[in-house]
Design a protein around this ligand. Sequence first.
Ligand code: ADP
Length: 489
Amino acid sequence: MFVVMVTPECAPVAKVGGLGDVVQGLANELAIRGNPVEIILPKYDCMRYDRIWGLTKSYGDLSVPYFDQQIHCDVYFGLVDDLKCFFIDPHSEHNFFNRGLFYGHNDDVTRFAFFCRAALEFMLKANKHPEIVHCHDWQTGLVPVLLYEMYKHVGMTHSRVCYTLHNLGHQGITGEHTLRQVGLNPGHLITHDRLRDDSRGNAVNLVKGGIVYSNFVTTVSPRYAWEIQYTGLGMGLQHTLRTHSQKLGGVLNGLDYKVWNPEIDSHIPCRYTIETIENKYKNKEALRDRLWLRHGFMPLAAVVSRLDRQKGVELMRHAIFYCLGNGCQVVLLGSSPDAAINNDFLWLKHRLNENPDCHLEVGYNEDLAHLVYAGADMIIVPSAYEPCGLTQMIAMKYGTIPIVRNTGGLADTVFDADHSDRPYHERNGYSFNDYNNQGLESALRRAIGLWHLYPQYFRELMCNAMRYEYSWKDPGTHYLNIYNYIKEP
Ligand code: ADP
């Protein structure tokens, strides 16, 4: 099955969060199973060019309509860990992808609407006829709309679209000008059953377009698929999602165990497996050395996260103080595109600077993240909502006990040591329901208590967590089933 992914991110070259990991991991899994996969991305100036092999201009004659003008684009080809990637490079005074940042500009909707049209124009002109076009999040919501309203009539008759919602917190809310920009007819499309936002008057909702026009919509965990239809987590799209529920399903993300595996991880000083789990403690010592933390008999809890309201920044802050007051060291590795949140944490770092049991690292650091997962005893993920969450799954592979809020993918993957209805050997962490300090404390207290009072049970829990298999094997099968279900007979 020939699959083209149209995406704003692909790890490791263009990664802001889990979306980048998912595109890379799923594409790899599909390729391993013998399916030709190609990936279309913008050519950002801030990509990791050192991770692209053989980057060359492969197509120099792409004209992409933009309002009543044409913008000339070059398309580059390169391999990213053996995955075939095409990078679209527009030449215009707008400088769409040469901004030093992936997202966060006032014209983000314009930039990615342009990318959608360019990706389709490229597939058409390069004579690509994928059976499946797999799109991701609001940035590519216009791809299925353009395919069915426009490109189907000029030769792309066979392609079917799978659209994955990684986070409904961002929906690409815009006005009719975006439709005119890409050559679509606003009068025809701004209706309740098409792209008109469910609650904001005449606004255009790009995610809604993606949902309505795709052949299948997935979320990144089954629980999130349910929550967005039946709780406030649909963020205004509940009605649309329920209307299209027959083509909506949740597929839990997988992990790339070539990248996240303590047995082979080259970023950590001491590798280990379940059988050699005592070696994990050498990584704890290395983490303490690297971050100038005191060596001593106490657990170490960590946070590795984007510092976003969705991720529970207030609860992270509370967790830091709770840990320090209850015999537990704490490390936070996080960054935010929001300067105010970054500054809050920088201020906190300054305040706790002299504390030998605490280190806050405000920034993005892939290498340090590996050591944190390997060295910590627990990882705290206190999200307000969490479509899937990779951190808890990564942590488990490293025998690091997740302490999570019971929502979305966290609820699908973490089974409470005391309260789960699963047998003991399947319990792998701690979870809490209420999104407040008391809720968080109820789980943290139990985890820290077990570490101090019943170390042998804590170790059993670590082994249970390490035994969980969250690779791309199962999700790969699910996605292939979906592709087969929607592809043209
Ligand atoms: P989201 O996609 O919402 O950010 P996920 O849990 O799905 O959250 O994925 C987060 C990914 O980003 C994980 O691979 C995590 O290790 C990584 N990550 C998050 N923050 C940082 C950071 N500051 N430094 C390094 N890696 C980070």
